[in-house]
Design a protein around this ligand. Structure first.
Ligand code: UGA
Length: 439
């Protein structure tokens, strides 16, 4: 099939290259010239394990093109909309301007029989509205909503081996046509027996926001338990292990710590609340406000804990922050809890040095007021406290004995419950973590 992918961020760029891997001819389109130039050069514009190999391999086939010219989408049978839907400034709602603009420009090239397949995370009701415009302007063209569940850091694997496919389809016979087209796109995935849910637009849109809300709730649940553990002297890590053995609960996404950040979970729960409000169903989602509050409180608690271990004052204390990305295996710093804490510590008078294996360039650009170091050792030189705020493998595997020789005071704060308390305390460190007793 010939496919176009509009929007070449994390989602679109990985989707475009993956669709070639599945056997299609693909053109990826984005308004960002430098991004397109980088992709054409077989370089990844963001850090994503395995993506550069996938990109290079598929560019070499000659079946993957990148361009800023929307007219190149003409002739494709399926057009994927993969643009961002960030949070609006000063409000909870999602900003749909990129989705609107992408659809508007697609209308110029769309032919009867083409399928527009939306992948962006949108407020429920968006697909029905866009389908109406598409049907009016290009009779015979169809629209489907086909949400994406990829995680940063596992984007390639999640795109090529998704755990489910969700198709939000138009009503009547058009639905069958759209389903057949999507099945053809995903043929190898469908044939492998991947679970598939075919449904209406509203359900497909909600599947995505409901899934992210559930994940956020799970994280905030365990972080609320961490608050209680701090009050009672119980241990949240053991608690999570013990409840996680119940497979109705499960251990995944029960890692207590600094909480969730990134470009998806925080803005998706807020947009979901905003949309529920517009629909007159805001009460149904008021609990998400608490999920958000619990999450933000963890950052404040981390700063307090740092003050506590620094003998009650952060003024002039040298603090090393290991990790800036919102999670490991990513250079994404959108709503990064780690950088948020680093900035707070600095505001309160600490001398902060931040390091990260992949996100330094982005961090320097976005937070120029912070100090940065290339390595953990450099960041921790003569430090009064070391904070591990993103659980990169290199930090989890630090040797506490050797690392102890670098710092002024052996005090470590494990913001992600990712270090071995025993190993660090045996090496003479004061170990503190969220939701766990002092070690
Ligand atoms: C999330 C969802 O997991 C994907 O399924 C979804 O497709 C994606 O959003 C999206 O909407 O595009 P992602 O933002 O890449 O993916 O990150 P997650 O792996 O979900 O992690 C989110 C945050 O939660 C991170 O800051 C992570 O450190 C934190 N987290 C995760 C915890 O604090 N505890 C956990 O147990 C798990």
């Amino acid at each position: 099939m010939r496919i176009s992918v509009i929007g070449c961020g994390y989602l679109g760029a990985v989707h475009a290259a993956s669709m070639v891997e599945l056997g299609h001819d693909v053109v990826g389109i984005d308004v960002d010239e430098p991004k397109i130039a980088t992709l054409r050069d077989a370089r990844a514009p963001f850090y994503e394990p395995g993506f550069e190999e996938l990109l290079g391999r598929n560019l070499r086939t000659g079946r993957l093109q990148f361009t800023t010219d929307m007219s190149e989408a003409a002739g494709a049978q399926v057009h994927f909309v993969c643009v961002g839907t960030p949070q609006k400034r000063g409000e909870y709602a999602a900003d749909l301007r990129y989705v609107e603009a992408a659809t508007e420009s697609l209308l110029q090239v769309l032919q009867p029989g083409d399928l527009v397949a939306g992948k962006s995370t949108v407020p429920v009701g968006t697909a029905a509205r866009l389908a109406e415009t598409v049907g009016e302007k290009v009779p015979g063209a169809l629209l489907a909503w086909n949400p994406e569940f990829l995680r940063e850091g596992f984007a390639v694997q999640d795109t090529l081996h998704p755990d489910r496919l969700v198709y939000g389809l138009p009503a009547d016979g058009d639905g069958e046509v759209a389903e057949r087209m999507l099945d053809e796109v995903y043929a190898p995935i469908v044939e492998r027996g991947t679970p598939k849910v075919t449904t209406d637009y509203a359900t497909a849109e909600m599947v995505k926001t409901a899934a992210n809300s559930f994940l956020a709730t799970k994280i905030s649940f365990i972080n609320a338990m961490a608050e209680l553990c701090e009050a009672t002297g119980a241990d949240v890590k053991q608690l999570a292990d013990a409840i996680g053995y119940d497979d109705r609960i499960g251990r995944k996404f029960l890692n207590a710590g600094l909480g969730f950040g990134g470009g998806c979970l925080p803005k998706d729960i807020r947009a979901f609340m905003a949309r529920a409000g517009e629909l007159g169903a805001d009460q149904a989602l008021t609990f998400l406000r608490e999920v958000d509050n619990i999450n933000m409180r963890r950052r404040i608690r981390m700063v307090e804990l740092a003050r506590e271990v620094c003998d009650g004052s952060l003024l002039g204390k040298r603090v090393a922050v290991l990790g800036a990305a919102f999670k490991p295996d990513s250079d994404d710093i959108r709503d990064s809890p780690a950088l948020n804490v680093a900035a707070q510590l600095q505001l309160q008078g600490a001398v902060v040095r931040v390091t990260d294996p992949a996100a330094l360039q982005n961090s320097r650009r976005q937070w120029p007021q912070l100090d940065y170091a290339e390595t953990a050792e450099e960041a921790a030189e003569r430090a009064d406290a070391v904070l591990v705020l993103t659980e990169w493998k290199q930090y989890r595997e630090l040797d506490p004995v050797a690392f102890g020789g670098v710092v002024a005071q052996k005090r470590v704060l494990d913001g992600r419950n990712a270090l071995s308390r025993t190993a660090w305390t045996e090496a003479g460190w004061t170990y503190r973590a969220l939701g766990r007793r002092a070690g």
